[in-house]
Design a protein around this ligand. Structure first.
Ligand code: ZN
Ligand code: ZN
Length: 239
């Protein structure tokens, strides 16, 4: 069975209830993993809100995951986080020093040195793959929106792609192929195929019409020669 492991609910910023997702999952013969946002800027941000989130998910026939923001300090213990079935870590902002950070959806941003940004991005991916206790890297190589609007889609060098994929392989972290953001690139996924990296499928759906739409990731797997055996399948820990 295939799994959509990146679904948002009303427990963070989605429009579906966990029960809606459980029902859709049965109707579509596709496994479901809820991965609501955990971040200082979202509803699930401390032990109390985390416990309520976990408890709610356990009532349903779903995998219980989360999408944590890589970078900001989160006030939830590692022990609590690892009680979930799996953790997605996503880069939504880059931090350069304590005075300079770049949130990807900030459209007022001006960043003159794009080469420096791309370099910092690739190093940040490797850093979090090596240090963050995550199972999946969410929408890897998703660029800040201002770069996408300039038509910059895949600015990484071959050696940067090689290093990012190698870090996923050595830490056994899967790279998500995202229906919503159409990342990572074909070049990146060919390198995943070559190095035997794990991948996962995610719609990043916030509404029912987006949920379980895995056409893009499945086509990309096919096109780049990634074997179904490379799909990350979480083990259900939560009962
Ligand atoms: Zn995300
Ligand atoms: Zn998401």
């Amino acid at each position: 069975m295939l799994f959509d492991l990146h679904l948002h609910t009303t427990l963070s910023d989605g429009a579906m209830k966990p029960a809606d997702i459980a029902r859709l999952s049965k109707e579509q013969y596709t496994g479901a993993g809820v991965a609501d946002h955990i971040s200082p800027y979202q509803k699930i941000r401390d032990e109390q809100s985390f416990a309520a989130y976990r408890k709610e998910l356990l009532k349903h026939d779903l995998l219980a995951g989360a999408e944590i923001c890589l970078g900001p300090v989160i006030d939830i213990s590692q022990e609590s986080l690892s009680s979930l079935d799996y953790i997605i870590g996503s880069i939504h902002a880059l931090f350069f020093d304590e005075n300079l950070s770049l949130y990807f959806w900030d459209d007022r941003v001006r960043f003159p040195n794009l080469q420096y940004l791309v370099d910092h991005y690739a190093k940040t991916v490797v850093h979090f793959l090596d240090t963050a206790p995550i199972n999946i890297m969410g929408h890897p190589t998703l660029l800040p929106m201002f770069m996408q609007s300039k038509g910059i889609i895949d600015p990484f060098s071959d050696s940067q792609i090689h290093d990012m994929v190698a870090a996923g392989v050595r830490n056994k972290v899967a790279f998500e192929i995202s229906s919503r953001w159409k990342v990572p690139s074909e070049r990146f996924l060919r390198e995943c195929a070559r190095q035997g990296a794990f991948v996962s499928l995610g719609s990043d759906a916030h509404t029912a019409d987006q949920a379980f739409n895995l056409d893009f990731p499945l086509q990309m797997m096919e096109k780049t020669g990634i074997d179904r055996g490379q799909l990350f399948v979480p083990v259900k820990k939560t009962r």
